[in-house]
Design a protein around this ligand. Structure first.
Ligand SMILES: [Zn+2]
Ligand SMILES: [Zn+2]
Length: 362
């Protein structure tokens, strides 16, 4: 049977075998198992803290990849000596780094959902820090001429080319502005948006604005101001009620909204039929959505007035019901065209208010 003196070990490696006696001392590179790695622990711990301090966080977790060969040599030693040993070097190092980071930053370890995950890859001599996505809620208002979403560059279809750099068409959008502003505040390069409904580029969205949720990826900061204003070149875009949600929402509220619609009849129009508001309120509105599925929605109130040869309507309706088609018909029924008995076209609609019904679930 092999004997312990045949395995020179450093103190840290001897300690992991459960009983440090009897091993001959192996300083630095002479250690059979780590070949000097444990002597670098303090230096590694300091680099990890330096990197962690680039992030705002309350909780963290540490992962360690040890250089090839170390675990194999330790396994060989344990099987040759027929000892079970204690923890693997990976856990020893991970715990050491965790304790040091805790002491230096006064932050806590959370293995399941940490704000930042620090991977200490000693095989490739790299420290990789990734921050958990931050989910930010807010409401935006916007002037006409600003589209809600960024559109893909027509030349490269989003791959990124010499003309667009980013893969997106140049031009202002709520999405582009928000990603840029949130990116600067939270030190993040990427965000993904969920909108509670949408409007046209030509629509004005009035205060308090349309709700959205931004998933901000790999942020170095985790706090947002409660509001901000951005210039668009076409008027101010304001963002209010900004806040960080406590996690990734598994369900978002449904909503209703009030819109003001400017309508152009196709021909001359006489007096409006009586009881329009009542008729539309009591009827489920049926339409085919983008996926070709038939969906029923509701209109909650309708005020409609003649203004010269045009009509102006104020409608409160369910989220997801397409305003333009509600006016003109065409896969929406009842439509205002049907109700008024004459073909109508929606020229423009503005968003007066979006009402959330229901709650976020996490
Ligand atoms: Zn060692
Ligand atoms: Zn392009």
């Amino acid at each position: 049977m092999a004997d312990r003196e045949g395995f020179p070990l450093c103190d840290a490696c001897a300690e992991r075998q459960g009983d440090r006696r009897e091993f001959s001392p192996g300083l630095g590179n002479d250690c059979f198992v780590c070949r000097g790695l444990t002597s670098r622990f303090p230096e590694i711990e300091r680099s990890v803290v330096r990197r962690a301090k680039g992030y705002q966080f309350k909780t963290f977790s540490i992962g360690v990849i040890v250089p090839k060969g170390i675990q194999e040599r330790e396994d060989q030693l344990r099987s040759d000596l027929k000892i079970r040993g204690k923890e693997p070097i990976k856990s020893q190092l991970g715990r050491g780094i965790s304790d040091f980071v805790k002491a230096q930053t006064r932050r806590k370890v959370d293995r399941l959902h940490p704000d930042i995950t620090i991977l200490v890859d000693l095989d490739r001599e790299a420290i990789l820090v990734t921050a958990k996505s931050l989910f930010v809620y807010g409401r935006y208002t916007k002037p006409p001429g600003v589209s809600q979403r960024r559109e893909l560059c027509e030349r490269c279809r989003g791959r990124g080319c010499g003309e667009c750099q980013s893969g997106y068409r140049k031009g202002v959008s709520v999405e582009g502005i928000l990603e840029d502003r949130l990116g600067k505040i939270l030190h993040s390069a990427k965000a993904k948006f969920t909108w509670l409904g949408s409007e046209d580029p030509e629509s004005t969205v009035f205060p308090p604005g349309r709700p959205f949720i931004a998933e901000v990826k790999d942020p170095r900061r985790r706090e947002v101001p409660s509001r901000m204003t951005a210039r668009t070149g076409m008027g101010a875009m304001k963002v209010g009620e900004l806040k960080v949600l406590r996690g990734k929402p598994t369900a978002i509220p449904s909503f209703t909204f009030t819109t003001r619609v400017f309508i152009k009849p196709e021909g001359p129009i006489g007096a409006l039929p009586r009881g329009l508001a009542k008729a539309v309120k009591n009827a489920p509105i049926q339409f085919r959505n983008n996926k070709g599925k038939t969906v029923y929605k509701r209109v909650y109130s309708l005020k409609i007035q003649k203004r010269g040869q045009s009509l102006v309507a104020e409608i409160r309706l369910d989220g997801g019901l397409p305003v333009k088609r509600l006016v003109s018909g065409g896969s929406v029924s009842l439509s205002l065209s049907e109700l008024c008995g004459t073909p109508l076209n929606c020229q423009r609609f503005d968003i007066l208010r979006v009402w959330e019904s229901g709650k976020f679930e996490f």
